[in-house]
Design a protein around this ligand. Structure first.
Ligand code: NAD
Length: 337
């Protein structure tokens, strides 16, 4: 029987290490007494004609109804006649923004100690519109689509995020000096939205200069918003600043207030089923989900426990140079809570 005080959230454990790290999240949530009831959905074994993918219609309906969910990595099935799992999710749920908080983990040494930024990537159009063709032999064309509607939507999300998360600055990343029409329109939309948020400082930074500034001094940035391709590259660059994809959380924002959090890494088939996976990225993704739900006290509690466990260094998984199993590392986090 479901308790009416509980918030329902969809959980896709996913493939490979997915079920192991999802189990870790479930345990940590239980110990932290998070008021979430998980509705678990697995990737199907055959193509669902309603979605043209291995993801079932019911699982997508679950996210639409609950408006919030957590997704483990999904291995891309080989073969023709179906849509990729991640593409199905993005299209069906209209996941228009990918948000990646990126902060230095105390106790896990990288070249930088003071990273604390958020990348917000437009996720539906730009260079990834899938409109490529051959004009004549030896000449191909790829169309970059930028629309006012999608640009305003992601800019609005970025400023709203900055305001509600105590952030002070939004930087729009672009190459409008060359891509005058497309990036020009993107910037125009960002400027329009910026005017509605006088308390947030707004600036525009050319992508090449942005890369140089990020590797020289990442603390120069706060919230970054950008078109699809730039976002794809910059968000991975930022993950590298703090120690790699195994530590980086993300959250996808969809139409109608949907939030689907997911770890950035894949299903790690080389270590799947061996109790070796690091659940940090999925745990911190779950934390972004809690923040989306305004459950900040629970989010802080879990985030602190994860960071403390890593900082202490007694329990670390192999990817962080330790010898702990997934279950021992998870237990150490639970003990901190
Ligand atoms: P991967 O991220 O799965 O693995 C790359 C390397 O990082 C491997 O050595 C792996 O062991 C390690 N690694 C990744 N996550 C880890 C974790 N949490 N703890 C410890 N080590 C970790 O990338 P890949 O091998 O290129 O892809 C494998 C599968 O995952 C493919 O089928 C791919 O399509 C899929 N994939 C899915 C997503 C997603 O669902 N969002 C993202 C990327 C890749």
């Amino acid at each position: 029987a479901s308790d009416s005080n509980l918030i329902r959230a969809t959980l896709f454990p996913g493939d490979g290490i997915g079920p192991e790290i999802a189990e870790s999240v479930k345990q940590v949530f239980k110990v932290a007494d998070v008021p979430i009831e998980w509705e678990e959905h697995f990737v199907g074994t055959e193509i669902d004609p309603r979605t043209q993918s291995f993801l079932t219609w019911e699982s997508l309906e679950s996210v639409r109804q609950n408006k919030v969910g957590l997704k483990g990595p999904m291995a891309t099935p080989i073969g023709k006649g179906h849509r990729s799992l991640n593409l199905t999710l993005r299209k069906e749920l209209n996941l228009y923004a990918n948000v990646r908080p990126c902060y230095s983990l105390p106790g896990y040494k990288t070249k930088y100690d003071d990273v604390d930024l958020i990348t917000i990537r437009e996720n539906t159009e730009g260079e990834y519109s899938g409109l490529e063709h051959q004009v004549v032999r030896g000449v191909v064309e790829s169309l970059k689509i930028i629309t006012r509607q999608a640009s305003l939507r992601v800019a609005e999300y970025a400023f709203h995020y900055a305001k509600t998360h105590g952030r002070e600055r939004v930087s729009a990343i672009h190459k409008a000096n060359i891509m005058q029409k497309t990036d020009g329109l993107f910037l125009k939309c960002c400027r329009e939205v910026a005017e509605k948020y006088p308390e947030i400082t707004y600036e525009e930074v050319v992508i090449d200069n942005c890369c140089m500034m990020l590797v020289k001094n990442p603390s120069l940035f706060d919230v970054l918003v950008m078109p699809n391709l730039y976002g794809d590259i910059i968000s991975d660059l930022c993950a590298g600043l703090i120690g790699g994809l195994g530590l980086t959380p993300s959250c996808n924002i969809g139409e109608g207030g949907i939030a689907l959090a997911e770890a950035v890494h894949g299903s790690a088939p080389d270590i799947a089923g061996k109790n070796l996976a690091n659940p940090t990225a999925l745990l911190l993704s779950a934390v972004t989900m809690l923040r989306h739900l305004d459950l900040h006290d629970k989010a802080d509690k879990i985030q602190d426990a994860v960071l403390k466990t890593i900082a202490e260094g007694k329990y670390r998984t192999g990817d962080l140079g330790g010898k702990s199993t997934t279950t021992d590392f998870t237990k150490a986090i639970c003990d901190h809570i």
